[in-house]
Write a protein that binds this ligand. Structure first.
Ligand code: SF4
Ligand code: SF4
Length: 84
């Protein structure tokens, strides 16, 4: 399991700053940050600690089990960012 970010993400990096395993990207100093529509959770690095959820001001990050039916596509969208 891993946490998943959806497209209401504002790229303010609050979750990336608090993530203990550095599994939210791209960060501001990384390639592709400006072009990215949102940030993405690396499903391999995420340890399901949940620390990112309360810091998100736009309710854009969810545990898999809490992801509403209409947002399941973001599981793949997050994973694909790390597949290249
Ligand atoms: S659940 Fe924990 S490890 Fe996973 S993205 Fe959030 S802060 Fe990082
Ligand atoms: S805290 Fe929320 S809005 Fe900010 S980068 Fe993370 S998911 Fe996106």
């Amino acid at each position: 399991m891993a946490y998943v970010i959806i497209d209401t993400c504002t790229k303010d990096l609050l979750c990336a700053d608090i993530c203990p395993t550095d599994c939210v990207h791209p960060k501001k100093d990384e390639p592709g940050f400006e072009e990215a529509k949102q940030l993405f959770v690396d499903p391999v690095g995420c340890i399901d600690c949940g620390a990112c959820v309360p810091v998100c001001k736009s309710d854009s990050i969810y545990a898999l089990d809490d992801l509403a039916e209409g947002f399941k596509q973001f599981i793949d969208i997050n994973a694909k960012y790390y597949a290249n």
